[in-house]
Each structure stands twice: as structure tokens, then as C-alpha cells.
Design a protein around this ligand. Structure first.
Ligand code: RB5
Length: 149
């Protein structure tokens, strides 16, 4: 585990219960869950929540971010607009591991209307335990960074 063990979590209204389950799960595995909500079920706007978690990761306050909406797609799009963030949507453990190993992703997005809780927790574990492999992948990640301007 890295020195910074803080993981930012946010979602929209479609994913509150799953987000809270993930926060409890990672806290039980030694991570500090920085859960920035929301906590009430009123309809809300995923771009705001995605951006808020992304800023915690981009600033270095949190090592990783885990974000959720109904599909995981909209909130991922918003997070990826923040410079320094590399976020992928995952509905399987292979992809969750690979976005760390090859893409050095620092954020994971999950669709609460796509995957159940058991699979979501496995996806989170795959993401948080995988390591970036560097090597030939580092220059490709650098090419992504160069696109940020
Ligand atoms: C909310 O209804 C839904 O659009 C949102 O959670 C997400 O799926 C958008 O990408």
C-alpha cells in the first residue's frame, strides 16, 4: 500500500447505496475512505460529483478515486476533464486490473445499474491492488498526459 492511502468516493443519486458499501469495504481493507457524498436520495448532477472527487485526486490529497453513477459513464466523462486524472469505467475485474497495470489509472468508475454489489467490490479490489507496470506503458501514458496541454 502506498503512503497516501486515501481514496476519494463520490456518486450521483443512482449509486448512493453501492458507494457506501464500497466505502465500508475499502475501509475494512486499510484504505481511508474519503466519501464526499451525496447522502440523500434527491436527484442530483453527476458532473459536479465526478469533478469534486477528481480534484481530490488531481491535487494529491487522495491517491485514488472511485466514482459511480447509473452507468458509470457520465461521471467518468466529467472526471476525465480534470487535468491529471485518468479514469476508466469497469464492469469486470480484468479491465479494473488492466487500467492500473497499463494505463496508470488513478480513478475507477462503476455503474450501479450495471453491476451488482458483489462484482463491484471485486472490481474495486482488482483496481486497488494492481500496480502500474511502467516500461513501454509509461511512454503511452505520457502521450495521454501530453494531450492535456
Ligand atoms: C441518472 O439518471 C443517470 O443519467 C446517471 O446516473 C448516469 O447513468 C449518467 O451517466
Amino acid at each position: 500500500m502506498t503512503a497516501n492511502n486515501r481514496v476519494a468516493l463520490s456518486s450521483d443519486h443512482a449509486a448512493i447505496e453501492l458507494r457506501q458499501a464500497i466505502a465500508a469495504h475499502i475501509a475494512a481493507h486499510g484504505w481511508e475512505a474519503v466519501d464526499i457524498g451525496p447522502t440523500t436520495p434527491e436527484s442530483t448532477h453527476y458532473p459536479q460529483h465526478g469533478q469534486a472527487a477528481a480534484r481530490l485526486v488531481a491535487s494529491g490529497d487522495c491517491r485514488f478515486g472511485i466514482i459511480l453513477c447509473g452507468t458509470g459513464q457520465g461521471i467518468m466523462m466529467a472526471a476525465n476533464k480534470v487535468k491529471g486524472v485518468r479514469c476508466g469505467v469497469c464492469a469486470d475485474t480484468f479491465s479494473a486490473r488492466m487500467i492500473r497495470q497499463h494505463n496508470d489509472a488513478n480513478m475507477l468508475s462503476i455503474g450501479a445499474r450495471v453491476v451488482g454489489e458483489g462484482l463491484a467490490l471485486d472490481i474495486v479490489d482488482a483496481f486497488l491492488t494492481a500496480q502500474f507496470e511502467g516500461g513501454r506503458h509509461a511512454s503511452r501514458v505520457d502521450m495521454i498526459k501530453a494531450l492535456e496541454g
